[in-house]
Design a protein around this ligand. Structure first.
Ligand SMILES: [Zn+2]
Ligand SMILES: [Zn+2]
Length: 723
């Protein structure tokens, strides 16, 4: 009798598919996650359909048996198809995509308990300063000793002392304890007639089932969230799961609160800063179908939902949905594919949709739902340009007189202002006044950015940090280094000069780097504890501050520099989004945009509030350039720690490029970021007509070229990042 065998997708990109023997009495179905021997090691695999994963046939006698089947539901066929599609479309190993599905190794180990600790109310016999600090900080908390030590900022030894003294007690906790239940009818909101109409369409699609992609196109402040929440309610009523993707972890906190107010319980979160125990708990609840609504970053898209009924991608135009390392996927596009495989609706919500999404709506592939006005009668803000060539700021300053005056007025009236500059830190460049030397990252083609809050110079590409040198490293002159140009910290300093009494807060990924800090910022801004917010793109979306009536854009031209094909679109989106923060309450909002190019099409469209004119001009430019959605791009990045080796590899790839009428090649040439994290980089761009078999051609071409082991070749399909 032939052995019972299974084909496995191995969870290691270096391995191809392998066959194993199923021991007698063991049942495994497609999608099961199994543990198998590989040499002396134990590795993970997923049981796959043999005909979809070709492999060399090994004789029965050489098959090794499975070691075990993990105590988790099998990966469903719909998700297996998504793994195949992603690997194929993004030219990535299937194992790398599958690893995003099996995103918690602890979750595979089955049911478990853990020990947490909490205060007993008792006091230690001997009190010390550290013990007192711990007792004060841990009121109402329950977590592992390590987590509690972090919260109280004391060592674990201090806490163990408190355990011995009976002031802290252990509690056995079920690792998979259920989440609080959300209720569809907890607090049903009053919708405007426009919202109600859109909500009814989404509810009908959700309850009807079937693949249905929507573009929810609504101006900032129009209440898109309330509207799609009705579709979430509909899914909840039928016991289905919902996934809401958000672009930034800093946004999650505000969303969680609104969600809890609507449904009476917080949704389940998924993002990179979850603790391992939280990841495990979320993953198992998602796979079991008990996590009702999951709110997460792009990686939440690959989780093994048992009963997914709806996907919402909020702020769907955001570029942070594009992953730039590992599997280079765009979560917005993968969300639509997942909805297609699962046969469910997907909602892309945005006030400034990506051109690609608008094109899909125009061609009828996506159904377009429009919310044209702000909720509750709030007006869209008044937008004015400040021509910096006519009204320049003082030398060494960046806030021109009109914006200065507007800031003063707001402070007098007790209203809030927001200044937007998409540059973290104090100054983007530090140079020597004596010899002109510029401080550069030793590992990247990038300047070191001064951060005064942390008193460091940092590279924003590799994270390299150093203290600011006292003397110029090139000529040795003392105190000759000067900051050039502004970052948000420097603008905050300037605001403090203009408004010495104002409470100024800098909001960037450096200052709002945890959900707790983001929540604190939101609370302070909402309660009027901040007069002026100075922020990067982080503040362009999601936040809703009723007292905020002035938005100042420090440098509207900044995003237009550099030859990125989406530069104009991104500038439009960022400024339109940040402008949308103004006047969301009862008071009208004003937006001042500082620019040196008031006639540039994107700036003129912003000033005129003419979104259609911008999209039309941009569409024509893209059509002309065969750029998306009219053609496609792929980037091939060849890198090595050895510059000559990288150059040779790039040339080999360039020399063997296929000659096809529907593909155009640019390069190889040194990438704009020619040195990144110590690796020399060369880049080749491929522009393809829509008819081209882009991925198939690239895969065959790249696979045929051999390289030394130090060379890495990255393929980026539909790239967003052109550095
Ligand atoms: Zn110098
Ligand atoms: Zn660097």
């Amino acid at each position: 009798m032939p052995a019972k065998r299974v084909r496995l997708l191995m969870m290691n990109a270096a391995l191809g598919p392998l066959d194993y023997r199923v021991p007698d009495g063991v049942e495994v179905n497609a999608g099961a996650v199994v543990v198998v021997p590989l040499g002396p090691r134990q590795v993970l695999g997923i049981v796959w359909e043999e005909d979809r994963l070709p492999a060399e046939r090994i004789d029965d006698s050489r098959l090794r048996p499975l070691i075990g089947v993990c105590d988790v539901p099998p990966i469903k066929a719909e998700l297996r198809r998504l793994i195949e599609w992603c690997a194929d479309y993004y030219c990535a190993p299937m194992a790398s995509v599958a690893r995003m599905v099996i995103a918690s190794s602890a979750a595979l180990r089955g049911a478990a308990t853990m020990t947490e600790y909490r205060l007993t109310g008792g006091m230690p016999e001997r009190m010390t300063a550290k013990r007192e600090q711990a007792l004060a900080a841990l009121e109402g908390e329950q977590a592992s000793l390590r987590e509690l030590a972090g919260m109280a900022d004391v060592s674990e030894a201090v806490l163990r002392g408190l355990v011995n003294q009976g002031a802290l007690e252990p509690v056995e906790v079920d690792c998979d304890r259920p989440y609080p239940q959300a209720r569809a009818d907890y607090a049903v909101p009053e919708l405007s007639p426009e919202q109600a109409e859109v909500a009814a369409r989404l509810v009908a699609a959700t309850s009807g089932g079937g693949f249905a992609p929507f573009l929810l196109d609504g101006v900032t402040g129009s209440g898109k969230t309330e509207t799609y929440c009705e579709a979430i309610a509909s899914a909840l009523e039928r016991g289905q799961q919902v996934l809401v993707l958000l672009p930034e972890i800093a946004l999650t906190e505000a969303f969680l609160r609104r969600f809890e107010e609507r449904f009476g319980a917080a949704p389940v979160q998924w993002h990179s800063s979850l603790k391992a125990t939280e990841r495990r708990r979320a993953w198992r609840a998602i796979a079991a179908g008990t996590a009702q609504v999951v709110v997460g970053a792009r990686s939440a898209l690959f989780l093994p939902y048992a009963r997914l009924g709806l996907i919402v991608v909020d702020e769907a135009h955001e570029i942070s949905f594009k992953q730039d390392d590992g599997v280079r996927y765009n979560a917005r596009d993968v969300a639509v594919m997942r909805a297609r495989f699962e046969r469910i609706p997907v909602v892309l919500a945005s006030a400034t949709p990506a051109l690609e999404s608008l094109a899909m709506a125009d061609s009828g592939v996506y159904e377009r739902l429009v919310l044209p006005s702000r909720f509750g009668g709030a007006q869209l803000p008044d937008i004015q340009l400040v021509d910096l060539t006519e009204e320049p700021p003082e030398r060494g300053e960046w806030i021109a007189p009109p914006l200065r005056r507007a800031l003063l007025q707001r402070l007098e009236k007790g209203e809030q202002s927001l200044l937007f500059l998409n540059r973290r830190g104090y100054a983007p460049l530090t140079l020597c006044r004596d010899c002109g030397h510029r401080l550069q990252c030793p590992h990247c083609s990038a300047w070191m950015v001064e951060h005064r809050f942390s008193a460091r110079l940092a590279c924003h590409h590799c994270g390299h940090e150093m203290p600011p040198p006292k003397a110029c490293p090139e000529c040795g002159a003392a105190d000759s280094l000067v900051p050039c140009g502004p970052g948000v910290e420097r603008i905050a300093d300037e605001v403090a000069q203009i408004l010495p009494d104002a409470r100024v807060t800098v909001a960037t990924s450096d200052t709002l780097n945890s959900p707790e800090r983001a929540a604190q910022f939101v609370a302070e801004a909402e309660h009027g504890a901040i007069d002026v917010i100075v922020g990067t793109q982080l503040v362009t979306k999601g936040f809703h501050f009723p007292e905020l009536t002035l938005v100042g854009v420090i440098d509207a031209d900044l995003g237009l520099e550099g030859g990125d094909l989406r530069a104009a679109e991104r500038t439009y989106q960022q400024i339109a989004q940040v402008a949308g923060r103004a006047g969301r309450g009862a008071k009208p909002g004003e937006v001042l945009i500082q620019t040196r190019h008031p006639d540039a099409p994107v700036i003129a469209a912003l000033a005129a509030g003419d979104r259609d004119a911008f999209y039309e001009a941009e569409t024509e430019a893209r059509r002309h350039a065969h750029a998306p959605p009219f053609g496609r791009w792929a980037a091939i990045i060849i890198s090595s720690e050895d510059e000559a080796e990288a150059r040779m590899a790039a040339n080999r790839i360039g020399d063997t490029r296929p000659r096809l009428p529907d593909l155009q090649f640019y390069g190889p040439a040194p990438a704009p970021m020619a040195l990144l994290r110590g690796r020399y980089r060369f880049r080749l761009l491929v522009n393809a007509r829509r008819t081209a078999q882009l991925q198939h051609t690239i895969r065959q071409w790249i696979a045929a070229v051999q390289h030394p082991p130090g060379v890495r070749v990255g393929i980026d399909i539909d790239p967003y990042n052109f550095v």
